[in-house]
Design a protein around this ligand. Structure first.
Ligand SMILES: [Zn+2]
Ligand SMILES: [Zn+2]
Length: 214
């Protein structure tokens, strides 16, 4: 077997080398208490004031430095071996953001996209994260019932519209405190749509924990 190469700088030796890990930028207070966006002071940000979210979103790292390339490799180049390393970073930051959780649920991909990609990167992260935190995780309680456009080129308004009605939740989420796991949070519209679906199905509360905050 070939020795691993760093997903970010290609140096031989580790899947994610020490200097690329060192360069990562952690999310730190102050943040918006709702969407988790880092900012100058602890206060609900303008966007959340205009449109309050039904969940609290937290993230381990800023989408900066060596992280965008690493996530790109993880997501699109079948570097799923990175999942445990990236989940370790989420575990490291968890004590700062810990929320009460009964069930960890990854943001699902639509079946078609999952087939194309071969795996769901959020499910891999959720699997490792839940195992390390000793929490139960399931991929069966939340499904993507409608394929959606790739969000990257859409405005915040379009993103929200794009993901509305995209999810369906099983009745067994009722009465549970749900933690959604995703790789990157940008506007939070996907997480918000999933949260609305889960709350509509009777979930007690919904929060989200992402690897990266854009
Ligand atoms: Zn590196
Ligand atoms: Zn906010």
């Amino acid at each position: 077997m070939l020795p691993p190469r760093c997903a970010s700088c290609q140096r031989v030796g580790a899947a994610l080398c020490a200097s690329c890990v060192q360069a990562l930028v952690w999310v730190e207070e102050p943040i918006c208490p709702q969407c988790g966006q880092p900012q100058e002071e602890t206060a609900v940000c303008n966007r959340c004031r205009r449109r309050p979210l039904s969940l609290h979103i937290r993230a381990a790292l800023r989408f900066r430095a060596t992280l965008p390339e690493t996530i790109h490799q993880f997501k699109y180049y079948k570097k799923f071996g990175l999942a445990s390393h990236l989940a370790d970073l989420m575990v490291r930051a968890w004590p700062q953001w810990a929320m009460p959780v009964d069930w960890v649920l990854p943001i699902p991909l639509h079946a078609e996209r999952r087939r194309e990609r071969g795996y769901n990167q959020s499910a891999l992260l959720a699997h490792h994260l839940a195992a390390q935190l000793g929490l139960p995780m399931t991929e069966k309680a939340l499904r993507r019932v409608r394929p959606t456009q790739v969000q990257a080129r859409l405005t915040a308004e379009e993103r929200l519209h794009n993901v509305q009605g995209a999810f369906s939740a099983e009745p067994n989420v009722a009465g549970r405190r749900i933690l959604l796991v995703d790789d990157v949070c940008t506007t939070g519209s996907t997480l918000e749509a999933a949260a609305q679906t889960l709350l509509g199905a009777g979930a007690l509360s919904v929060a989200a924990y992402c690897l990266a905050r854009a």
